[in-house]
Design a protein around this ligand. Structure first.
Ligand code: ATP
Length: 651
């Protein structure tokens, strides 16, 4: 991740220093606008990004977007009916989300404040969003302070939003008719930006030890508090804007610190403090000698708690820890809109699942391996009213048959002899209030299917070794790449459970059938390279279109991840960056296609008719699928009945 080391201005939110500098900021911004070659009288081009590019932009900014929306809505409540809009942009000034009254705008200008339009200084000259990005500080640009005459009717107040390393990742702005100017708007925008930064910070370091601190106890829990995060071993991870200000050191210097070097106590003292019956505020002395009050949050798993009791030691991969945490948060936050990349089959799936969100209708997701079934399940959960409750995934194929019962239903103390004497909460209860995702449900042992059905019907779980039933309320999503009807016919899956599970059945298309491969490739490249602007050559794209992708998204993601590493500083990915096994696969496909062509030519030469040729293709496909009629039918895109009809002596 690119790191901005220059401190973002105005680290002390209470300061009003920016206001005094404003005329100077405007003046230098006008000089820059001139240097960009902009002409004040030229009517600006407000064309927004194309729909797919906008989806990609939202996807790339999904953490920011998700955390900014509640703050934007609260901010909008403060300015409703004032002919103003609340706007969120990415780090380049492109609008990601906007809300509010646009009725103050002329029709032609209405589009200018909509998602997908760029407001960088380079494209629009002096304007609050673009200037806040360049100056890395809040900017108020009023009426004719805008460089372009077309924007003189606006008054805009913008504040940059920084991540935990001080890098600007977006801008929050309120724009309205210049006659609606109000001197408090800028303060509201700055407070809201700070609120978004704090939310992002908490989400990124959710699993870490977090200290909320301030020299005045009444400021703890307010926007003025400092927040600092530490690894379980006590190593400094990050601090919010006010945390950096209070600690008095830049992020780069703090990276070599620990909890004890900053606060003079081992991190285990926090755990000791919270073990006491009524722990009050912590009383701490910072390395600078300043005394502060603090409240720690120790949202940690048991194993992490144990580690925390071991002495502090340097964590070599601090940024990797942070990156993993950020990635985990991003995963948790991604909703259905982030899966939209333009494929019509997928659009239909999203439309269907959106209709049943929160309706207590079980969803069954079908699809080949790697088509994104789990990702879809997580997105459904994230968009449902249960989003703040747990999402618990169980892969029925990967847990040994002997363990799956206790894993799902849990067990009481003493239910087992030997090592596992203590009880455990099963996955079903862990998902209580949230969503239970049963992956590869077709592999659920037959003997357990009746128990699962009972839980779903009675909404009660009885742990192993217990005679008490516990009420449970879960939304159920299942996934399978088997044909469950076929498994029912073979006596491997209970029909009654099948009907209980398939409230809404959706099928995810395999990658080879998707029409949005190019957008998907761009999206994965952006995610895997941290937006480092990689692209694939036309030659590679053509190969991708021809490839059958047996591993679907999983295969494509792994391939692009490797290719990015191989390409290094060359940002165009070409054939020489592809792994050998992929090139071998492509070669084999060519040979296979060649044989198929030769076989067809032979049949034509021998005078075979169309019916015989069809039979021959079906028999070859059956052979390739080990005689499995359903798999053959799927591969050839016909029904099972068609297979039986075309090859009558099959049985
Ligand atoms: N739309 C998508 N965009 C980007 N990556 C995706 C997408 N869908 C899936 N992936 C990635 O592909 C991989 C496989 O996804 P996932 O586990 O959801 O698939 P699955 O269908 O549940 O696979 P399996 O059937 O093997 O369990 C994951 O790394 C996931 O992040």
């Amino acid at each position: 991740m690119e790191r901005q080391t220059a401190p973002i201005r105005n680290t002390q939110p209470a300061s009003e220093a920016w206001a005094d500098n404003m005329p100077l900021i405007i003046e230098t911004s006008h000089q820059r606008s001139q240097q960009y070659g902009l002409c004040p009288e030229t009517p600006p081009d407000y064309s927004p990004l194309a729909r797919n590019d906008l989806s990609l932009l939202i996807e790339q900014n999904r953490l920011l977007h998700a955390h900014a929306i509640p703050a934007m809505e609260t901010l909008y409540q403060q300015i409703v009916n004032t002919h103003n809009m609340v706007i969120l942009t990415d780090a380049n000034g492109v609008i990601v989300h906007s809300l509010g009254d646009d009725d103050f705008l002329e029709k032609a200008n209405r589009v200018a404040l909509q998602p997908g339009v760029a407001w960088s200084e380079q494209s629009r000259g002096t304007n609050a969003i673009g200037t806040a990005i360049v100056e890395r500080s809040p900017a108020l640009v009023h009426a004719d302070q805008h460089y372009l005459a077309a924007n003189h009717f606006l008054t805009c107040s913008a504040a940059p939003i920084a991540d935990h390393m001080g890098k600007v990742i977006g801008v929050l702005d309120v724009s309205g008719d210049q006659r609606s100017y109000h001197k408090h708007t800028m303060a509201l925008v700055r407070m809201s930006a700070l609120m978004i930064e704090n939310q992002l910070f908490s989400a990124t370091f959710e699993e870490a030890i977090t200290l909320h601190f301030h020299a005045r106890p009444e400021f703890i829990g307010t926007l003025m508090e400092g927040i600092a995060s530490f690894s379980p071993g006590g190593r400094f991870l990050a601090a919010n804007r006010n945390g950096l200000f209070q600690l008095g050191l830049p992020f780069s210097a703090l990276q070599s610190h620990t909890f004890s070097s900053l606060f003079g106590l081992p991190v285990s003292a926090l755990f000791d403090h919270y073990r006491t019956a009524s722990p009050g505020l912590l009383n701490l002395c910072m390395h600078s000698g300043v005394r502060v009050y603090g409240r720690a949050q120790l949202r940690l798993t048991n194993s992490v708690f144990q580690q925390s009791l071991t002495p502090e030691r340097a964590a070599p991969a601090t940024s990797a820890v942070a990156a993993n945490q950020a990635a985990a948060s991003a995963r948790r936050l991604s909703g259905l809109r982030y899966l939209r990349t333009g494929d019509p089959q997928l659009e239909l799936v999203i439309e269907k699942v959106t209709r049943v969100l929160g309706r207590d209708i079980p969803i069954m997701i079908m699809g080949e391996t790697g088509t994104g079934k789990e990702l879809l399940a997580q997105a459904i959960h994230n968009d449902s009213p249960r989003a703040m409750s747990p999402f618990v995934a169980v892969n029925c194929a990967s847990i040994p048959e002997t363990l799956i019962e206790s894993e799902l239903f849990g067990y009481e103390d003493g239910a087992f002899t030997g090592a596992r004497k203590k009880g455990a909460v099963g996955k079903i209860l862990q998902a209580n209030g949230g969503t239970l995702f049963l992956d590869e449900i077709g592999d659920m042992p037959f003997s357990l299917q009746a128990r699962l059905l009972r839980v779903l019907q009675e909404r009660m779980v009885t742990p192993l070794g217990s005679d008490k039933s516990i009420p449970v309320n879960v939304e159920l999503i299942c996934a399978t790449n088997h044909n469950l009807r076929e498994r029912i016919a073979r006596g491997l899956f209970r029909e009654d459970l099948y009907y209980r599970l398939n409230g809404l059945v959706v099928k995810l298309p395999p990658l080879r059938e998707r029409t949005d491969l190019e957008t998907v490739v761009r999206k994965i490249l952006a995610t895997e390279s941290n937006n480092a602007r990689y692209e694939v050559s036309d030659e590679i794209l053509a190969l991708f279109h021809r490839h059958r992708w047996p591993g679907n998204f999983r295969q494509l993601t792994n391939l692009l991840r490797t290719a990015i590493v191989m390409a290094g500083d060359e940002h165009q990915i070409c054939l020489r960056h592809m792994p050998d096994d992929f090139l071998d696969d492509i070669e084999q496909t060519k040979v296979h296609d060649h044989h198929a062509e030769a076989g067809t030519a032979r049949m034509i030469a021998s005078g075979a008719n169309l019916e015989e040729m069809e039979q021959s293709v079906i028999l070859k496909s059956l052979e390739a699928h080990g005689g499995n009629v359903s798999a053959t039918a799927r591969a050839l895109g016909v029904s099972r009945n068609t297979i039986y009809r075309k090859v009558p002596n099959l049985k």
